[in-house]
Design a protein around this ligand. Structure first.
Ligand code: GLP
Length: 273
């Protein structure tokens, strides 16, 4: 896994990366680009930049198929904090993604297990995910795979931890009681099956998770560390999210930043630490 650290707006960096990947792929109706998508505060800027690229005629979503990572259980689609609403607001209503190409788990499905199995089947039918983009929870969760989730998990119903409920209360009038307690989420195995993964971590609240991933080995209590088993994984972080790095990562990053202070980004590979 490579850690890319940048002072540039993470959303701009990520959107430019996605744009390049889609154009290099030259998607067609027969062979669309399959993109895994996240929600959350970190990626709001990424969506803003994707919309700008689209409006400037630089990014065409016609032959893109999307799969979202997760959805709260029990929230109606039109609830302002459902991930359905989030995606409409930040992307779907603003670009030329054909609605039939978008997939989000139905948090109100009467049979959640069947809903999750159908989602996995749809990913398989689409030929797998080309690029899975994600955010990172404060406790190192990816999608809604909380600490302790096995690395081979598939799409399923999950319970949110008190730490996630507390973190996400800011979207529910700061009232933890309003935050759904369960969600439907792709599994860690669903994420790492993608051909490529790109995760974003910004701010000091993510520093502990970023520090853990840059230490040796994997840790079931930090799901983000599963990305280290992936051959083509990038964790994109700002300097604040790297503020708790331990050595040797801390020293190596500091060295690079001192050597080329004006670089657009600095990079560390976990396998070289
Ligand atoms: C939620 C989502 C995760 C996301 C995380 C981080 O819990 N299910 O997929 O990565 O939030 O969110 P934020 O970017 O708001 O910190």
């Amino acid at each position: 896994m490579r850690l890319v650290v940048t002072n540039i707006n993470l959303g701009l960096w990520a959107a430019a990366y996605i744009k390049e990947k889609i154009s290099a792929f030259s998607p067609t109706p027969e062979k669309p680009f399959v993109l895994g998508l996240p929600t959350g505060g970190t990626v709001v800027d990424m969506y803003a930049n994707l919309r700008l690229f689209h409006k400037a005629g630089l990014l065409d979503f016609k032959n893109v198929v999307t799969f979202n990572m997760d959805e709260y259980a029990g929230l109606p689609h039109d609830h302002p904090q459902s991930y359905h609403s989030y995606m409409r607001r930040h992307l779907f209503d603003e670009v030329n993604l054909p609605p039939e190409n978008t997939h989000i788990l139905n948090g109100e499905a009467p049979d959640p297990a069947a809903e999750c199995a159908a989602f996995e089947a749809a990913i398989a039918r689409a030929g797998g995910i080309d690029l899975f983009v994600g955010g990172v929870g404060r406790n190192g969760h990816i999608a809604f795979n909380e600490p302790g989730s096995a690395f081979n998990t598939r799409t399923r119903q999950v319970e949110l931890t008190p730490s996630t409920i507390q973190a996400n209360a800011r979207f529910f009038f700061n009232d933890e009681n309003r935050v759904p307690k369960t969600a439907l989420s792709v599994g860690i195995g669903t994420v790492t099956d993608a051909k490529e993964v790109l995760f974003l971590a910004s701010g000091d609240k993510k520093a502990q998770a970023v520090a853990r991933v840059m230490q040796p080995g994997q840790d079931i209590n930090c799901p983000l560390t599963a990305l280290k088993l992936h051959p083509h994984a990038t964790l994109l972080a700002d300097p604040q999210a790297c503020s708790q790095l331990t050595n040797p990562a801390r020293e190596k990053l500091a060295e690079q930043m001192a050597q080329s202070p004006n670089a657009t980004h600095w990079m560390l590979k976990t396998e070289e630490l």
